[in-house]
Structure formats: structure tokens, C-alpha cells
Design a binder for this molecule. Sequence first.
Ligand SMILES: [Zn+2]
Length: 218
Amino acid sequence: MRLIQHHPGLPWPRLQRDEKVACEFCDAVQSAPRLREGEAAFCVHCGELLYQNRPNSLSRATGFSIAALIFMGMAHSFPFLSMSAAGNRNELTLIGCVEALAADDAPLLACLCLIFTVIAPLLLTTALLYLCGPLMIGRALPGAKQVARALQASEPWSMLEVFLLGFIVSLMKLGDVAEIQFHIGLAALVAVVVSIAGATGGIDRRELWDRLELANAR
Ligand SMILES: [Zn+2]
């Protein structure tokens, strides 16, 4: 079977001819075939996914990361909603929410909001870009492995989509007492969530590590 390569000299999975893999779910050891782009290997015993060769993985992860960063800039520059109640009009931004929480005697909540909705998504996308961009030409930047480790650690902490969901739920309640207007920042926020999902889902973690090792070995 011929492996379709993203780039010459950079096949994936980088498995040797007789290499075996162990299933993460049932520990069954089995031979590991090389995959064409778009194919996936499943466990012969329990049927769980072993690894996959996602199409255009590097360019997808890179492209979506760049898009996410641009939309993040927009989401922070423009308010996502304004509220009018009893003659008061408030415009809300993501950072504004954090400031409001801090001013409202909820410093812990403000910190968590800042970490989960601003810092973690930013770290996640910058790390992906730092890794996947140079890998497109088979290179790894200094400290790439540490960045990859940090990326895996920060992944579960990016909760922008949770924020968005909670935000929509609270809007439904607020709608009764205040007049609410949506702004461009909200569209940008939704675009950030979609782009981050595209970026993190773009590349298999095992593939990322394999490619990093290949690039370091060159
Ligand atoms: Zn299995």
C-alpha cells in the first residue's frame, strides 16, 4: 500500500515494517499498518480507534489556529453584547466580564474566568501554531517538545465553549428584565470556538509527536 505523504520524506505513521501497537483500551498488541490520508486503524479486539492519518492535518491545524487567533483579537476588541435596563446601558467584553467579577467581590471567579476563557484558549492556539506551522516544512522550533507537553496539559482547560453555553443560558433569563443587543464580538467568539475545535481536532496527538520526533532527528 502506498502512503500518501503530506510532504516528501515525512510519512506518517512513522512505523517500521514490523512495528506493533498496543490498544490503549484493551491492551491487545497487534500489527500497525501504515495509513493513507483519511484512513484510521481500529483495534482488532475491541474495535476502538488506534490512530488515524487525518487529511491535511498540519495545514488544517495551522490554518484553524491562525483563524482562531484573528477571531480572538476581534472578540477582545469588540463588545459582544449591550444591555439596557432602567436607563443604564452596559457594553460587555470578555475582559469586561472578568473585571466586573473582580469588582463584584468575586476575585476567584474572575481568575477562573480569565484562565479558562482567555489564557487557556490563547495558549492552546499559540502552541498549536508554534508546533504545526514549522512542521509543515519538516522543522521543529526550539523547545517544541516542551510546548507539545504544555499543549496537552492545557487542552482540557480551554472552556470557551462552556462559557458560551452558560452565557446563552443566562441571556435567556436576562432577556426578561433587560433589553439586549448583540454585537460583532459575539460572532467572533463563536468563530473562536469553532476555529479552536477545528485546530485541535485537525491533528492526531500521536501523529504530532511522531512528526516532532522526525523533525528533531533531521
Ligand atoms: Zn482494543
